[in-house]
Design a protein around this ligand. Sequence first.
Ligand SMILES: NC(=O)C1=CN([C@@H]2O[C@H](COP(=O)(O)OP(=O)(O)OC[C@H]3O[C@@H](n4cnc5c(N)ncnc54)[C@H](O)[C@@H]3O)[C@@H](O)[C@H]2O)C=CC1
Ligand SMILES: O=C(O)[C@H]1O[C@H](OP(=O)(O)OP(=O)(O)OC[C@H]2O[C@@H](n3ccc(=O)[nH]c3=O)[C@H](O)[C@@H]2O)[C@H](O)[C@@H](O)[C@@H]1O
Length: 470
Amino acid sequence: MSPVKVQKIVCIGAGYVGGPTCAVIAQKCPDIVVTIVDLNEARINAWNDEEYRLPIYEPGLVDVVRSCRGKNLFFSTDVDKGIQEADLIFVSVNTPTKKSGVGAGFAADLNYVELATRRIAAVATSNKIVVEKSTVPCRTAESMRTILEANAKPNCRFDILSNPEFLAEGTAINDLHKPDRVLIGSLQSAEGLDACQALSSVYAHWVPRERILTVGLWSSELSKLAANAMLAQRISSINALSAICEATGANIDEVANAVGYDSRIGPKFLKASVGFGGSCFQKDILNLVYLSESLHLPEIATYWRQVVEMNEHQKSRFAKRVVDTLFNTITNKRITVLGFAFKADTGDTRESAAITLIRDFMKEKANISLYDPQVEEAQIWQDLAEASPNLSLENIKKQVKICSSSLEACKDAEAVVIATEWKEFKEIDWETVYQGMNKPAFVFDGRLLVDEDKLTKIGFKVITIGRGSL
Ligand SMILES: NC(=O)C1=CN([C@@H]2O[C@H](COP(=O)(O)OP(=O)(O)OC[C@H]3O[C@@H](n4cnc5c(N)ncnc54)[C@H](O)[C@@H]3O)[C@@H](O)[C@H]2O)C=CC1
Ligand SMILES: O=C(O)[C@H]1O[C@H](OP(=O)(O)OP(=O)(O)OC[C@H]2O[C@@H](n3ccc(=O)[nH]c3=O)[C@H](O)[C@@H]2O)[C@H](O)[C@@H](O)[C@@H]1O
C-alpha cells in the first residue's frame, strides 16, 4: 500500500478551530476540496453569509474565506454527505469539561467526539483517514478506533491520526500560515505511517517539512495537553510573582523582562494579567489532572491543579483590590469594565476573567457599565446569567448596563477596570474620560495596558497588576 493522495477533506465542527483551520487548508491546497460541516444550522448559515458576517471574529479570516469559498471551500449541514465523499475527515468538535457524572468538573466530555465517530462509522462506505483535531485525553484515538472498527461496513477501513491544533485565537490565521510546528501522531504500523504521510502531504503544501513532526499517537495527544498546561503554568507563575511585586514595590514588567532575557526562559507568555481565560487552558489542565488521578498519580494531579487554583486566586485578588481601594465598598458605585472577551482580537468570552470580575462586583452591589468592541450583547447576558445562577436576568440587567463605546461606559463612574487588552482602550481620550468621572477617579489596569504616568498626570489614581499601590 502507498499513501492515499488526499483529494477531498471534510471537517466535522465549524467552530473556532474547524473553521479557520480548514479554510486555510483550502486556501493553501487549491487541488483539495474542503467541506466544513456542522449540526448547528445558524453557524453554517453565518459561514455562508453573503456579506461575510462570519460566526467568529478573527483578524484575516474573512480574506481567507473570501478567497476560496464556493471554489474549493464549502460549508454545509449535510454531515453524512460530507463524510461519504471525503477521503480524510477532521473531527474538530467541542470537548468541554464534563458537568456531571464520573469526572465531573475535570474530565473532558467526549460525547461530541463519540457521536461524530459513530456517525462516521454509520455512513462511511469507503476507506477513511480519521483525524482527531479536537483536544482529547491521552488514548482517545483507541476508543475511536474501537467504535469505528466495531461498526464499519465490510471492506471499509479506518486509519486514525492525532493532529492537535496549536492556534491561538486572535492570531489564528498567522498561526496557521506559519505554524511553529504541525504535530501528527499515528500508529507505527505500515498503514498508520501511510496515513500520516497522506496528512503530512496536505500540510506540506505550505509548511516546511522540518516543521511537520510525526510521532506516536499517544505522544501526540499528550503533547497538546502538555503544551497548554505549560503555557498556562507560565502565566500562573508570573501572576503569582505579581502579588509579591504589589506587596514589595517591585514592578512585574521589569521582573518579567529581566527573567525573560534568559534565553532558557524566553520573553513570551510572561505578561501578568487579571487571569488567563479562553476555552482551553483551564479545561485542558483539569483534563490532565483527571488523567493523572486516573493513573494513580495524585502528586502529579496536585501539581497541575495548582496552576488553575492560582488563576482563580488572581481573579479574586484583583476584584478584592478594587473593593479595598474604593474605601472598602463599591455598593451603589458605578464601576466601568472595559473588555469582556478573554483576550484582545476575539469575540470569544469562554472563561473570560471579565465574567468573574463582574460577578464579584455584582455581589458587592455595584452598578456596572460594560463595553467590549466585539462581543455580542446576547452573549454577555448569557455569560452573566450562567455565572450568577441565583439571579434572574431581569435583576442582572438592573445592575449591568452594556454600552456602545468606552466613553459612554466611563461616564459618571468611580472606577474603570480594564479586563481585556483591546488596543483601542490604550487610545481612549483619557482626558475626556477623566472629566466625566466622579473623583477621585480610579483606573484599575488588569492588563498592564495604559501609560500609568500619563494617566496619573491627568489626575487618575492608577492601580496596576504587579505594581505597588499608591
Ligand atoms: N478554540 C481554540 O482556540 C482551540 C480549540 N481547540 C480544541 O478544538 C476543539 C474544538 O474547539 P472549538 O472550535 O473552539 O469549539 P466550538 O464549540 O467553537 O466548535 C465545535 C463545533 O462542533 C459542532 N459539533 C459538535 N458535535 C457535532 C457533530 N456530531 N456533528 C457536527 N458538528 C458537531 C458544534 O455544533 C460546534 O459548532 C476542542 O477540542 C478544543 O479544545 C484546540 C486548539 C485551539
Ligand atoms: O488549545 C487552545 O485552545 C489554544 O489555547 C491557547 O490559545 P488561546 O486560549 O486562544 O489564547 P492565548 O493567547 O494562549 O491566551 C490565553 C489566555 O492567557 C492570557 N495571557 C496570555 C499570555 C500572557 O503572557 N499572559 C496572559 O494573561 C490571555 O489574555 C488569555 O486570557 C494557546 O496559546 C494555543 O496554543 C492553543 O492552541
